[in-house]
Design a protein around this ligand. Sequence first.
Ligand SMILES: Cc1ncc(COP(=O)(O)O)c(C=O)c1O
Length: 318
Amino acid sequence: MLRAATEAPLGDDVMGEDPTVNALEEFAADLFGKERALFCPTGTMANLAAILSHCHYNKSSEIIIGAKSHINLYEGGGYANIAGVSSKQVVEDENGYMQSGGIRDNYRLDDDDHYAKTTLLCLENTHNMLGGVTLPASYIDQVGNLAHEELGIKVHIDGARLMNSVVKQNISPSDLIAGADSASICLSKALGAPMGSLLVGETEFIRLARRARKRLGGGMRQAGVMASMGMYALTNHVERLAEDHARAERIAAELHNAGFPMPRNGKVDTNILFFALPENSKVTKEELPKLLLDKYNVLIAGGYSKGGGYLGWSHTWM
Ligand SMILES: Cc1ncc(COP(=O)(O)O)c(C=O)c1O
């Protein structure tokens, strides 16, 4: 990966002239089955640029998002305070699904002065706060159909860990997101690149997202240094995600057998797992990270969530 970075041909990507960024964007558009792609510094910016782009021509838009989604909880409310759109939050079930009824109930037409018009629906695949659960193509197609045919709105997927979903379900990336208009994909999480996210969608969507990225300060100059590492991650690390999933499953099984309370009875789909300390635990939540690191070489990211559950997940390798 380092060699790729040092040998990458560079140019000015703000002018569209960095050959390494251009090559990554072309590769990604093809891989994810969309017309164009855009290299962004972070997943948060890619999601925000997607919202700005989808809502560009619709002032007073409203978006439908999952109550536990990253866009709702952990992106600083950027959709509201930067993109200027309001939101309706639909509670996901434990599989990360928002049911069609919930989506329909929260959809608003442009025919009543009381309401903002619904423009966009956002899904998350895999779903972080629900423990890395995967949304299947059948669900994305079904929701895409509802959004496009019945409601006339767009669908964006926050796919920070989309490749984990792809590997787990043994499906091609383009088939998985065919039902959605756009997706963001992080190169810097389980794929192991130091930074970078891709946004994919149709040509006009990406044109507007590129303008949004610039306004957000995300127009990068010799970005090929980073793009080359993203390309390396996409072409060399995807198959290794299965190793990560197996490791997460093994850790989850051990924790569950040792009596640690876990959601979904310890079932882990990909590379995220949640657990709490047993009530009779002799180890405190403060001591646990050091113990796990010293004894098992397991580094815990995160910490005790407000709900009291212990949070362990992988941003890089598990
Ligand atoms: C589901 C999801 N979306 C988006 C992001 C944001 O990515 P970044 O940290 O690159 O802004 C994260 C980060 O953890 C995430 O888990």
